[in-house]
Design a protein around this ligand. Structure first.
Ligand SMILES: NC(=O)c1ccc[n+]([C@@H]2O[C@H](COP(=O)([O-])OP(=O)(O)OC[C@H]3O[C@@H](n4cnc5c(N)ncnc54)[C@H](O)[C@@H]3O)[C@@H](O)[C@H]2O)c1
Length: 332
């Protein structure tokens, strides 16, 4: 039985808590949240991490991004392993401090880029890595949702931290890095034309990878379309599933669409007709799988799928997209 604490039971913390409770191999050892109504009455509750007085093996940190580094450092000091939500930290220095503290403590810091635990993403990686479609050359990704205006009523989401870049595209950046390797070029253009908010609302980015591969990302949080990871896969209980593909990857011998995992192959040139092949795959809940993986890492039976070092690289690219797409006049 792995004893887990959770810090922060807001939007994503509630989901982690439900998955911990549903997993018979995990125990919810306690909940830390300064808001009393957010602490359930059936487990020990604390308003501050410093006041935790129950034994634990690990902690899930699902608090606002600027608190990720200080809470991680406090948790490592207590000897707990950490699963911290994305972004790993608010900047690269804070992320580095977490990496250094993890090395000193001998405890792991995992980061919540949970899509790597999605069975469809795992299969996509398998197909790309197998080379059956040849060498990946370019990819086009859409994340075009409309968030309700109330999403931005929470203080920390009002500025750049609430923009779809650090909140949403960071997941896509992590997936693209996982599939295609390191990013060596970032350029982009962004706008806040619809809400006029002090943050990026929409834009486009071009990523260049060390392999020569490119990916383009078109994004907006002001457009109610069927395209995006959550809508395509049905992964978020808050976003209805459309099942539509939002990512297309072109390779030297074919192509693949995601999340359908439909491949296109059999054409040598544009004179030939590419043929589709469908794939069926059993879906599973990536947040739940991520928690099981956390328990395996704590038990010493697995290495982190997303380490703090890895997530720092994803943050680095994401911050570059943020800088490239910040609308004129919007402060960092
Ligand atoms: N993996 C994902 O898909 C995903 C989705 C949403 C949010 N997130 C990330 O999770 C984090 C939280 O986002 P959210 O939307 O759930 O935020 P939220 O504002 O809905 O909830 C944050 C919670 O943390 C509590 N809190 C604040 N300071 C705390 C502290 N020092 N100790 C303990 N609790 C504290 C707040 O009271 C609140 O209950 C952010 O970093 C965000 O980027 C990840």
């Amino acid at each position: 039985m792995t004893r887990l604490l959770i810090a922060g039971t807001g939007m994503i913390g509630q989901r982690h808590m439900a998955h911990i409770r549903a997993n018979p191999a995990l125990t919810l050892a306690g909940v830390i949240d300064p808001v009393p109504e957010r602490r359930p009455s059936d487990v020990p509750g604390f308003d501050d991490i410093a006041r935790v007085d129950v034994p634990a093996d690990g902690i899930v940190i699902a608090t606002p991004t600027p608190s990720h580094a200080p809470l991680t450092l406090a948790a490592l000091d207590r000897g707990w392993h950490v699963l911290v939500e994305k972004p790993v930290a608010e900047d690269l220095d804070a992320a580095q401090a977490m990496i250094d503290a993890s090395a000193r403590s001998g405890r792991h810091v995992l980061v919540g880029h949970h899509r790597r635990h999605h069975p469809r993403i795992a299969r996509l990686k398998q197909v790309i890595a197998s080379g059956e479609l040849g060498r990946p050359i370019t990819a086009a990704l859409l994340w075009t949702m409309r968030k309700p205006d109330s999403y931005f009523d929470v203080d920390w989401r009002a500025g750049m931290d609430g923009a779809p870049v650090k909140q949403n595209l960071i997941h896509d950046v992590d997936t693209l890095r996982w599939l295609f390797g390191e990013v060596v070029h970032v350029s982009g253009f962004g706008s806040n034309a619809v809400r006029g908010a002090a943050r990026t609302e929409s834009g486009g980015a071009v990523l260049g990878f060390d392999s020569g591969m490119t990916a383009t990302i078109a994004f907006a949080d002001t457009t109610p379309t069927p395209w995006g990871f959550e809508a395509g896969t049905g992964e978020s209980p808050a976003i209805p599933k459309t099942g539509q593909d939002y990512l297309r990857i072109a390779c030297t011998h074919g192509a693949i669409e995601f999340p359908s995992l439909r491949t296109w192959s059999g054409a040598e040139t544009w004179n030939d007709l590419p043929r589709p092949t469908e794939t069926t795959i059993e879906d599973a809940e990536p947040l739940a799988r991520q928690l099981s993986h956390f328990a395996e890492v704590i038990a010493g039976r697995a290495s982190p799928v997303v380490s703090a070092e890895d997530a720092r690289k994803t943050l680095d690219t994401t911050l570059k997209i943020e800088a490239a797409t910040r609308p004129e006049g919007v402060p960092p």
